[in-house]
Design a protein around this ligand. Structure first.
Ligand SMILES: [Ca+2]
Ligand SMILES: [Ca+2]
Ligand SMILES: [Ca+2]
Ligand SMILES: [Ca+2]
Length: 594
């Protein structure tokens, strides 16, 4: 069979070759006049590709993609969520909305990043019908002292600006537009002023109330704890001796129920103010320093021991702190519960002024201790002795630190565990009116009731801060320090650190004109130097991970607060009065992403 098939296959091949040659020859002949219609070519199925579009953290995309014919142009748009900005697409394109032509299977991701800050501005008008024009402007501008405070209650945020006399400043520089205090020789010559109470709403910060129930000359120190507030008048009107009232507030919804803690005979200069439970009866007690000078029993008039006691009146007396103990009925009574120590020569220890006071439970027993500091930075702790029913000296620092010259006045003490060893530590702010002066220091608790000076930071006077808050601003578990700014931190150039935002002292008018003078060289604020970040051991350095620069706003005060893990600075500024004598006030609510 095989032999038969072979010649057959050969013959067939020869035929095909011949036929093929003749077909080629036929191609050269003209086409026929009438052609049969050629069938449409079978339509080729187009190539399809898949586009996958996804959004990274912080935004959305207009489409998830799909399967498209080759060459299809698809429009896709990336939209950042609040607090984020669009950066780019994963293929490198930087337009938020792109037309993408599909030529292969493609995945595209929109990349977003968190904004350094979210700024919300709102402006309000504050009626000032009853008080001298300039009063509220001076309180917003806050020329001198540091008593404005914020607090949270029932998930809401509040700001209280205590009344201040003798601060009648216009919105520009140091323009005095009211002279009520020009000839005042003491606070008695001047009417105290009401506080201003604000709340954060969905429409921004709004005035809740002008608080005529709590009129003050100048609050310097305050403390907010649980639902209670203590604030002490630390005005320095006239040559002194200065005096004012201590106030206790109970937070009830949007209200604060204020009461005066002292009698009129008990008015004092409350450079320091604190609050806590000194006797474990569940009622807040209020403390004020330096307190009242109390003469001693021994007269040293005729010997050089006068110098040893240094009391000025030749006795072994000294200032007694005010300890306003709260009674069950909510009233307060000043009780002299401190057993002030005497030295061997019969002089009283610490007969100089202690300018700040704090109540805090350092040893974790049932009561708070009394912690005080004076102008040479001694830190002294008194603890309750249930046998004597007195607070007795348990610690006195050996070394004035860091400045033995004694020119740094203590302004406030705050207690926290700054080095995370489970033992409470102290932070202490100071002031001085020279450019070298304002600083704060950390004293580490040793666990035996003693403290050790550990670190010292000097943010410098040019930053114009007074007092500080402690909170974990960057959510790393370590307590950080936030300076409380009086005037804001203006900058000419956000990149300049040596001659820019800190090249400014009180009295220079430039920064105050910024925002209203288009030719002002000041461009905005730089917030880095407000934030002192804890390295976990209790050493602090300026936040420097990125510039916290905000262009075009010039707050006169900046106050920090936190809501859950979000960190904010609330700034505000006055722009003077309108024709109806209403104070124009602008709020800058700044959420920072650190
Ligand atoms: Ca108590
Ligand atoms: Ca205690
Ligand atoms: Ca500690
Ligand atoms: Ca921290």
């Amino acid at each position: 069979m095989k032999k038969l098939l072979y010649p057959l296959a050969f013959a067939l091949t020869a035929f095909l070759v011949l036929y093929s040659c003749s077909a080629e020859e036929e191609d050269t002949t003209p086409p026929p006049q009438v052609q049969q219609p050629t069938p449409e070519p079978e339509p080729q199925a187009p190539t399809q590709y898949t586009l996958t579009v996804t959004a990274g953290e912080g935004g959305t995309v207009s489409t998830e993609g799909g399967t498209y014919d080759e060459g299809t142009e698809v429009t896709i748009t990336a939209t950042p969520a609040e607090g984020f900005s669009f950066v780019r697409w994963s293929d490198g394109q930087t337009d938020q909305s792109i037309n993408y032509t599909l030529n292969s299977n493609t995945s595209l991701t929109a990349v977003f990043e968190k904004l350094v800050y979210i700024l919300k501005k709102n402006e309000i008008l504050i009626d000032d019908p009853e008080y001298n024009i300039g009063t509220f402007a001076g309180m917003i501008y806050h020329t001198s002292i540091s008593g404005s405070f914020m607090y949270s209650h029932n998930g809401n945020e509040y700001l209280f600006i205590p009344g201040m006399a003798c601060a009648f400043l216009g919105p520009l520089s140091n323009e005095i537009i009211n002279t009520e205090c020009e000839s005042a020789s003491s606070e008695e010559d001047v009417e105290p002023k009401p506080g201003l109470h604000f709340k954060k709403t969905t429409e921004g910060w709004q005035l809740l109330k002008v608080y005529n129930e709590v009129k003050t000359w100048g609050i310097r120190n305050f403390k907010v704890k649980d639902n209670f507030i203590a604030m002490g008048d630390g005005n320095e009107i006239g040559p002194g001796p200065w005096k004012g009232d201590m106030w206790f507030g109970e937070i009830l919804g949007d209200e604060i129920l204020w009461k005066k803690v002292n009698t009129s005979e008990e008015q004092s200069w409350h450079h320091g103010t604190t609050m806590g439970d000194l006797n474990n009866d569940g009622l807040m007690d209020v403390g004020g320093a330096p307190g009242r000078y109390v003469p001693g029993d021994v007269n040293y008039n005729e010997s050089d021991e006068v110098a040893d006691c240094r009391t000025g009146d030749g006795t072994n007396g000294g200032p007694n702190f005010f300890l306003f103990m709260q009674n069950q009925d909510g009233s307060f009574i000043n009780k002299d519960l401190i057993d002030y120590p005497m030295s061997e020569n019969g002089c009283r220890f610490f007969n100089h002024q202690f300018s700040t006071i704090e109540f805090a439970n350092i040893d974790n027993d049932l009561e708070d201790e009394i912690i005080v500091s004076n102008y040479i930075n001694n830190i002294v702790v008194y603890d309750y002795n249930s046998v004597s029913n007195k607070f007795e000296l348990v610690y006195k620092s050996l070394t004035p630190y860091p400045d033995p010259s004694g020119i740094y006045g203590s302004t406030s003490i705050k207690v926290a565990d700054f080095n995370n060893d489970g033992v409470k530590d102290l932070s202490l702010a100071r002031e001085h009116d020279t450019p070298q002066g304002i600083s704060f220091s950390i004293w580490i608790g040793k666990g035996n009731g003693e403290f050790e000076p550990y670190s010292n930071s000097d943010p410098g006077f040019n930053l114009s801060w007074r007092e500080f808050d402690i909170m974990d601003v960057d959510n790393d578990g370590d307590i950080d320090i936030v300076l409380r700014s009086n005037f804001g931190y203006y900058t000419k150039d956000k990149e300049t650190t040596d001659d820019g935002y800190n090249n400014w002292e009180w009295g220079i008018t430039g920064p105050n004109e910024a925002g209203v003078n288009p030719n002002s060289p000041w461009k905005g604020i730089l917030l880095n130097e407000l934030l002192w970040i804890n390295d976990g051991s209790g050493r602090f350095s300026i936040y420097d991970e990125k510039p916290l620069y905000i262009e075009g706003i010039f707050p006169q005060q900046l106050k920090p607060y936190k809501v859950e893990d979000k960190f904010y600075l609330l700034g505000y500024r006055n722009f003077g009065y309108n024709e109806q004598n209403q104070l124009k006030t602008e709020f800058y609510d700044i959420e920072l992403n650190l």
